[in-house]
Design a protein around this ligand. Structure first.
Ligand code: FAD
Length: 338
């Protein structure tokens, strides 16, 4: 009798479901079990935690959201620093405002279609509860598993956001990013066009002491942004790689290991891609290759993002003019290459 190899995945969101789906796509004989602490996949607290902007590579067809999982197709990104606005046009089919809850459900349905076992209401406190040959930790930030093992995470920022319905700042198909003088930015994302709904938020990597809620309220009143706030959330944003990426037979994916790109987010893309990379290493029984493969995929963005953060911190202390001059120089290069 052949005993199937079992892989336990902690967390049933983007990173966990990407790993589960990729494992089963590569080897149907694997026994893949996803443990999700909430009673529902997607439609839980984590399901609406995020701003939901999702940019993908044009040829990344297997992670395309269905129409049901899309609020808005993004055609233009505007980045504003001081009085200057940078505009980049997006190729069709590469940037979406996700209905993230639906997207997670879409991934879960696909995974169940490939016989992945998804256990909800199943909170894992320690890896000792799991008997799989390999474990994928996709429990987000802060990672429960890293905490239970006494492992630390890297640089973590924070965010606060509101979803505002009937909003006078709603512009379909356009994302706005507005930099301010404290290593962070505001964003305006168009959500449901029928409700003229936006997601307005800010993220900050330094200056944790700042009152983000008050900053957002000040921003709204300065720009006279009006509408009904129907959803408020916030949380931690892991900026860049959250080493270690592997510990014994455990691989850390998504926010638990790979985090977001310190400059512009992309946590969704990074969670999906790292889940896929973890799966490829595990089907080959080469977990030790995972950190190296992750470096190959993300090191360029890691260096770029960390340099950006470091410079922002230093120049932020010198003053707003120095910081904005740096942002302009950076964005001139960035936008001329896109
Ligand atoms: C406010 C905010 C706005 C953001 N905006 C964007 C954006 O616009 N675009 C973008 O690309 N990224 C954005 N991000 C980042 C993005 O949300 C994350 O990078 C992404 O969700 C990471 O996915 P993940 O699967 O690793 O973790 P998560 O989505 O955090 O999922 C972790 C899962 O693990 C489960 N879990 C946790 N602990 C346990 C346990 N002990 N046992 C079992 N299950 C457990 C949780 O319930 C959850 O389902 C944002 C983040 C925040 C906080």
């Amino acid at each position: 009798m052949v005993i199937a190899i079992r892989i336990d995945i902690v967390g049933g969101s983007l990173g966990g479901l990407s790993a589960a789906l990729s494992l089963k796509r590569l080897d149907r004989t694997l026994d893949v079990v996803v443990h999700e602490k909430y009673n529902a996949i997607g439609y839980n607290h984590e399901g609406r935690r995020c701003g939901e902007g999702y940019e993908i590579e044009p040829d990344w067809n297997h992670w395309q959201p269905t129409e049901r999982s899309i609020f808005n197709h993004i055609q233009q990104i505007e980045t504003i620093v001081g009085k200057k606005t940078y505009r980049a046009h997006q190729p069709p089919g590469t940037f979406y405002m996700l209905n993230r809850q639906e997207f997670i459900c879409q991934l879960a349905r696909d995974a169940e279609g490939l016989d992945v076992e998804i256990n909800t209401g199943d909170k894992i406190h320690s890896v000792d509860e799991l008997d799989g040959e390999y474990i994928v930790d996709a429990s987000g930030c802060p990672s429960t598993i890293k905490k239970s093992l006494g492992l630390h995470q890297g640089i973590v920022g924070s965010t606060y956001q509101q979803t505002i319905e009937g909003c006078n700042w709603f512009t379909p198909h356009v994302i706005k990013v507005i930099f301010f003088d404290a290593s962070g930015y505001y964003w305006v994302f168009p959500r449901d066009p029928k409700k003229r709904e936006i997601n307005l938020g800010l993220g900050i990597v330094s200056g944790h002491h700042q009152n983000l809620k008050q900053m957002l309220e000040d921003f709204k009143s300065y720009h006279q942004i009006e509408g009904t706030v129907n959803y408020v959330t916030g949380g931690l944003i892991p900026a860049g790689l959250q080493r270690p990426l592997r510990h014994r037979n455990i691989l850390f994916v998504g926010d638990a290991g790979v985090g977001t790109f310190p400059l512009l987010g992309a946590g969704i893309y990074r969670a999906l891609l790292s889940g896929e990379i973890a799966a490829k290493c595990l089907v080959r029984h080469r977990p030790e290759q995972y950190p190296y493969k992750i470096y190959q995929a993300f090191i360029k963005w890691e260096v770029l993002g960390k340099t950006f953060l470091h410079m922002s911190n230093v120049l932020g202390h010198i003053g707003k003019h120095a910081l904005f001059a740096f942002y302009h120089a950076y964005l001139d290069v960035w936008y001329s290459s896109h």
